[in-house]
Write a protein that binds this ligand. Structure first.
Ligand SMILES: Nc1nc2c(ncn2[C@@H]2O[C@H](COP(=O)(O)OP(=O)(O)OP(=O)(O)O)[C@@H](O)[C@H]2O)c(=O)[nH]1
Ligand SMILES: [Mg+2]
Length: 441
């Protein structure tokens, strides 16, 4: 995510950290570097200009503080400006009406249908009754796509054969009223160009349905073109927000950074994966941290907290402190790590570490085969790995489809881990993933 711009800022910050004094000369130099970084990431020209000007003014006005190094002060200014440019937090949406309606619009392939299901999944988890409406009558397969997604998350999808988006939406709304639905989400068709026919259709949809929210679903990979499209739509039907999708891809970040400043449309949510749970509240600070390469500890902690239960942590701590941590526990840990998602993505969220690890490619399969090896052991072997002799190793290798060398390497790593835990116990410092992560905050 935002690799190019993060790398640029990393270099800028490294130079800044060594800064003894903020002078007009180094303000000019750093400003030029920031401008270059922003333009390279495809940030709108005017937004970049304003960003740099604001940073310059703040830097010139900084007071010399004894407790903070000048470079750190400068970094803080850049961070603050980045948050301001992204548009502060604005993810809250009002769902207090009896029936709340959300219309999703945008160009082709931007992620409307996927986002519709992500929103539905999120609201369903908030105990709301949701109805998804398949109002894309243009693309063959569009209705089925939404139906499949609806089935996956167990949310009703309205569709009929009328072949007229307006009529479909009207019928769906009628049904929603009779079925005491809390939130109705209209998934509309995308078009390649913002042609007038589409605008007329969307305008009449808006008039008839008066949706409470009209979200523009914006593909963050498409850059400045997307910004002008948001502007056109906003002028035509007054958007209430934007959802920035595909932030997990190799988007340069420029569109996300320019959107709010150029169009005034607030970003409400961000899409971070293809899956239905891959939608996050928009949080300017969090996004600024990602863009600037500060890592993203809050997301990381949230992710860990979602999966690792408090009781499990306590029991794990106990096992580590009385030295009874065995391969069963190790397997549970691996299982949890797998649930958290890609290791490379997780590592990228840890501040400071991210840059160093970026060049290393983490073998995601390693977790899978490590688990397979442990699965092929008997319960006794898992509790007392020291009994695993050569013939047992051969049997495990056969069962897991790995070779003896890999079994040896896993056992060696496990023993090393135990040794490390013992050492940590001796130092009286308790180990816990959560505590470790929280200490980054
Ligand atoms: N990685 C990633 N992929 C996404 C995200 N959102 C959508 N996609 C993918 O983008 C592609 C297009 O998504 P759709 O939801 O079908 O887009 P759409 O806007 O409904 O497309 P049309 O209805 O054809 O206009 C699909 O392959 C999705 O899986 C996201 O946040 N991250
Ligand atoms: Mg679609």
């Amino acid at each position: 995510m935002f690799d190019g711009i993060s790398k640029r800022f990393d270099t800028i910050f490294r130079n800044l950290r060594g800064l003894g004094k903020i002078t007009d000369q180094n303000i000019d130099h750093i400003s030029r570097e920031i401008r270059k970084a922003l333009l390279e990431a495809d940030v709108n020209f005017l937004v970049a200009k304003e960003f740099v000007n604001n940073v310059k003014i703040s830097a010139q006005g900084t007071k010399v503080l004894k407790s903070i190094k000048p470079g750190e002060q400068f970094i803080n200014i850049i961070h603050k400006e980045m948050i301001k440019t992204l548009g502060e937090d604005s993810s809250s949406i009002d769902l207090s009406s009896k029936l709340n309606s959300i219309m999703l619009i945008g160009t082709q392939g931007s992620g409307k249908t996927t986002t519709a299901s992500k929103l539905a999944f999120r609201f369903k988890n908030q105990e709301k009754k949701v109805l998804l409406v398949a109002a894309d009558t243009y693309r063959p397969g569009a209705v089925n796509q939404l139906k499949t997604l609806g089935k996956q998350i167990n949310v009703d999808v309205y569709h009929d054969d009328s072949n007229d988006p307006l009529l479909i939406c009207k019928n769906a709304l009628k049904k929603a009223k009779t079925k005491s639905v809390d939130i109705i989400i209209y998934d509309t068709a995308g078009r390649l160009n913002v042609d007038s026919e589409m605008m007329i259709e969307i305008q009449s949809l808006k008039e008839v349905l008066s949706p409470k929210e009209i979200f523009y679903v914006a593909d963050s990979m498409t850059g400045q073109d997307m910004i002008s499209s948001v502007k056109t739509f906003d002028e035509a039907i007054q958007l209430t927000g934007a959802i920035m999708t595909k932030l997990d891809g190799d988007s340069r970040g420029g569109a996300a950074l320019s959107l709010r400043s150029v169009t005034g449309v607030p970003i409400k949510f961000v899409g971070v994966s293809e899956k239905y749970d891959g939608l996050e509240d928009f949080n300017a600070k969090q996004l600024a941290d990602r863009i600037l390469g500060f890592g993203d500890v809050v997301s990381l902690v949230e992710k860990v907290e979602k999966i690792v239960k408090e009781e499990d942590v306590a029991s794990l701590e106990k096992k580590i402190s009385n030295n009874s941590f065995d391969l069963n526990d190790f397997r549970t840990q691996i299982h949890q790590m797998k649930k958290m998602g890609s290791m490379t993505e997780l590592i990228g969220m840890i501040p400071g570490i991210s840059r160093k690890f970026k060049s290393l490619s983490f073998d995601e399969n390693q977790l899978v085969w490590t688990e397979a090896i442990i699965n092929s052991m008997t319960p006794d072997e898992r509790t007392r790995p020291e009994i695993i002799n050569t013939s047992r190793k051969k049997r495990i290798a056969l069962g897991s489809g790995r070779n003896v060398f890999e079994i040896n390497s896993l056992l060696k790593k496990f023993l090393e881990m135990k040794k490390m835990m013992k050492k940590m116990n001796a130092n009286q410092s308790k180990f816990s993933t959560k505590k470790l992560l929280k200490s980054f905050r």
